[in-house]
Design a protein around this ligand. Structure first.
Ligand code: AMP
Length: 216
């Protein structure tokens, strides 16, 4: 199962990616997570990536594509993979096609998570992450028992810098301008499946699995 997950910021892409990757026993490859790990490790690359991320802009293609190329060459992708947050524009999609052609492992399906703009803003502005274990909470939809404290590990919760209101608006614009054209790109390639991604998390996962199975 070789899958790309596409959806606007706040569509629940990361949450669904984790659940689907576990369901199929394949690695979740999230470029956002890879960049955040570089920032946490205080590397020079992390410092540069943070500059783009905090502004709501895309990290330049050259470096992003190189990272994905290396990651897809690792052995754990033999049973498949789920790409979460890559590709983010048409040049990245074309590069991905080239990488997978070289590896002889074409994509099976691209799953689009559809969410209205208003819902996106509500979801992102309430999102909080545990500093210790990374668990995601939401102040309105999935609050921890004690405000600001993770139920899972007791760690402190924080708001991602790129979830702050000004950045969120720019991320939504960048999605519309650069990422949404991928929908047409993959529809033409016959790979696109779309689901409405509102409602209960487990129900969305079920619809996602149905859509993926119908594509295979
Ligand atoms: P995400 O966690 O997928 O929402 O990504 C967070 C941020 O990381 C994005 O707003 C971008 O700044 C950057 N990013 C993640 N994936 C990509 C990508 N494929 N290309 C460029 N920038 C990316």
């Amino acid at each position: 199962m070789r899958v790309v997950l596409v959806g606007p910021p706040g569509s629940g892409k990361g949450t669904q990616a984790k659940l689907l990757a576990a369901h199929y026993g394949i690695p979740q490859i999230s470029t956002g997570d890879i960049f955040r790990a570089s920032i946490a490790a205080a590397t020079e690359f992390g410092r540069r990536a943070k500059h783009y991320m905090d502004a709501g802009e895309l990290v330049p293609d050259e470096v992003t594509i190189a990272i994905v190329r290396d990651r897809l060459a690792q052995d754990d992708t033999a049973p498949g993979f789920l790409l979460d947050g890559f590709p983010r524009n048409v040049p990245q999609a074309e590069a991905l096609r080239g990488i997978l052609d070289e590896l002889g492992t074409p994509l099976d399906v691209v799953l689009e998570l559809q969410v209205d703009d208003d819902e996106v803003v509500r979801r992102i502005s309430g999102r909080r992450t545990c500093r210790k274990c990374g668990h995601l909470w939401h102040v309105e939809f999935d609050p921890p028992a004690v405000d600001g404290v993770c139920d899972v590990c007791g760690g402190a919760l924080f708001q991602r810098d790129d979830d702050l209101p000004e950045t969120v608006l720019r991320r939504i614009e960048v999605y519309a301008e650069q990422t949404a054209p991928l929908i047409g790109f993959y529809r033409e390639a016959g790979l696109l499946r779309s689901i409405v991604a509102t409602g209960q998390v487990d129900e969305i996962t079920k619809h996602a699995v149905d859509a993926l199975e119908s594509a295979n």
